[in-house]
Design a protein around this ligand. Structure first.
Ligand code: GTP
Ligand code: MG
Length: 138
């Protein structure tokens, strides 16, 4: 059993798609064991995406992530990290497989509706950035 960290991004919350995204998560057999709606600060967004700070799209990415509320979540299930990456689909919705969150909802490579941790190690780091232990009920 694994845990991964998920964000429903501003393009999705803005279009009232929180429940729609959650239904893809639950249909895949992942359990939402922690969830809250928050507005990221610029500092939080810059820390969260620090690995991309040299990328040309970094500024745009940070501005997008703080533009509207997001929903942060902890997902639990068998193989949760890889499974959620599969449910999300490719970063660019043009390359995302049928039936994935990004294929069905993303607007562009930047406004791509969902984030999911890319490794078990990063999942633990990202979960700790947003949730205290007593907010996660597995
Ligand atoms: P995350 O789950 O959000 O980390 O997506 P990912 O792991 O599929 O992609 P990656 O970590 O490479 O990029 C992080 C995020 O940066 C993406 O989800 C996009 O929102 C954004 N991003 C990536 N490439 C581009 C780009 O070329 N232009 C813009 N505007 N944003 C991008
Ligand atoms: Mg990533």
């Amino acid at each position: 059993l694994e845990r991964t960290f998920s964000i429903i991004k501003p393009d999705a919350t803005r279009r009232n798609l929180t429940g729609a995204v959650n239904s893809y998560i639950e249909k895949a057999g992942l359990r939402i064991i922690a969830q809250k709606r928050i507005l990221l600060t610029k500092a939080q967004a810059e820390t969260f995406y620090a690995v991309h700070k040299e990328r040309p799209f970094f500024g745009e990415l940070v501005e997008f992530m703080i533009s509207e509320p997001i929903v942060v979540q902890v997902l639990q299930g068998d193989d949760a990290v890889a499974k959620y990456r599969e449910v999300m689909g490719a970063t660019n919705p043009a390359n995302a497989a049928e039936g994935t969150i990004r294929k069905d909802f993303a607007l562009s490579v930047g406004e791509n509706s969902a984030h999911g941790s890319d490794s078990l190690e990063n999942a633990a780091i990202e979960i700790a950035q947003f949730f205290s232990g007593n907010e996660i009920v597995g």
